[in-house]
Design a protein around this ligand. Structure first.
Ligand code: NZQ
Ligand code: ZN
Length: 384
């Protein structure tokens, strides 16, 4: 096991009706917030009205900034930074999925940065300080409700920042708020959280039994409950398992003491940057291809994966490959695309070349197996 430090400071407020606590909870931190949300789902579901009531009851004033789109854009971040400065706002409340939360984090970091906030995403400057944020999560997927990361797009570049000060102060998770999710978004969320575990599970670090077993248990729980929520969208217990799994998958706990990989996420981010596809759908396409490309690096780990996660008996290469096939089949069954061709986007070989170059612009990807642009291109081809 590697040395590590772990601190996930985000307070999680989980359960039925917890969105009504937002005003009282905010009172511990601020009197005024930027209320940041997406394209309107929170108004349709009635969540918006509940939040406004809770803020008013607690005497919290607010300024709204809506319009965050999936794969959130830099343009709204610039607007948010200016708005916070103009209105004297020192706290952001993000209501939505990963895109809204990531947009809020980018505003929070950009607020204190003197230059163009995008410099931080290009790695020209580290994030040292950010406005505090809180979230009400409506889509279990990205794990941004407790993660230190934010992912934002500008032009066809999709880049990330990472800093502990970006972890939300508190996040409200009410599984009932996910009843209205379209099946496709539920499935993409499930895929994303599984991918967050895969990025940590496939490691060259040895003697990490505790986190291996945690990863396997969370994966099995996601697989079991995903099948339920896709049939019964209002099954509270299954929605609750999925929601909590999404946070645990990406709050850092499952990666403690191990070197993480993250090549697949970088490879996928080029796909969603170039073609504006759903992140989880891109991962369903890329992860099985990455697994196929790298499994020989540690056959035993892939055999363990097949046995412990998918219940496939055996102890040889066939078992390892069956585990990868089961992963792909699961993604297909829950309604995800499993090949680039299924996106109907006319992705040409030269586009794959360009994406491979962009993905490796800051150096080789991954740690389980190191990937340069040629290898990344090969993985796009395998996923074709
Ligand atoms: O905009 P609204 O109207 O809210 O609609 C959203 C959006 O269209 C809708 N939605 C959300 N909750 C809903 C709902 N519709 C009905 N009922 C609800 N309860 O769902 C759509 C997708 O939302 P989005 O926030 O884009 O999805 P997700 O949570 O999957 O976030 C994806 C983004 O997170 C990034 C991804 O790259 C992508 O940009 N990631 C962020 C990470 C992080 N910060 O740690 C890590 C991840 O690996 C990921 O890269
Ligand atoms: Zn992800």
């Amino acid at each position: 096991m590697e040395n590590f430090q772990f601190q996930c400071a985000t307070k999680i407020i989980f359960g039925r009706d917890t969105e009504n606590l937002v005003g009282e909870e905010l009172k511990n931190h601020t009197k005024k917030v930027l209320l940041h949300y997406g394209s309107g789902s929170i108004k349709k579901t009635g969540l918006y009205d509940k939040i406004i009531k809770s803020l008013n009851d607690a005497g919290i004033t607010y300024v709204e900034l809506s319009g965050v789109v999936p794969n959130p854009r830099a343009e709204l971040v610039y607007e948010g930074i200016e708005l916070c400065k103009k209105e004297g706002i020192k706290f952001i409340l993000a209501v939505g999925g990963g895109s809204v939360i990531d947009s809020a984090k980018a505003i929070a970091a950009g607020y204190y940065y003197e230059g163009d906030f995008w410099d931080q995403f290009e790695g020209k400057s580290q994030v040292e300080k950010a406005l505090p944020i809180a979230t009400i999560l409506t889509l279990p997927a990205a794990g941004s409700e407790a993660s230190p990361a934010s992912v934002v797009s500008k032009g066809n570049r999709k880049l990330a920042i990472m800093a502990d000060c970006l972890r939300p102060v508190f996040s409200i998770l009410n599984p009932e708020l996910t009843f209205t999710l379209p099946a496709y978004q539920t499935a993409a969320g499930v895929t994303d959280m599984m991918a967050h575990i895969f990025e940590r599970y496939f490691t060259n670090t040895k003697n990490v039994d505790v986190t291996d077993k945690l990863c396997e248990a969370v994966l099995r729980s996601i697989i079991k409950n995903a099948k339920i929520v896709l049939k019964e969208e209002k099954n509270y217990d299954a929605r609750a398992e999925i929601m909590w799994a999404g946070t645990l998958a990406h709050n850092g706990l499952l990666g403690t003491g191990r070197v993480e990989d993250w090549a697949t996420h970088r490879i996928e981010h080029e796909l969603s940057a170039f073609y504006d596809i759903t992140h989880g759908a891109g991962l369903a396409i890329i992860f099985p291809a990455w697994m196929k490309y790298t499994y020989k690096q540690d056959m035993n780990k892939f055999i363990q994966f097949a046995i412990e996660v998918w219940g496939i008996p055996g102890n040889d290469e066939e078992t390892a490959l069956a585990g990868i096939a089961a992963t792909k089949e699961f993604f297909r069954k829950i309604g995800m695309p499993i090949a680039i061709s299924e996106l109907n986007l006319d992705v040409k070989e030269e586009d794959m070349q360009k994406m491979a170059e962009y993905a490796t612009k800051f150096g080789e990807l991954g740690s389980f197996v190191k990937l340069g642009s040629k290898e990344v291109f090969d993985i796009y081809k395998l996923a074709e």
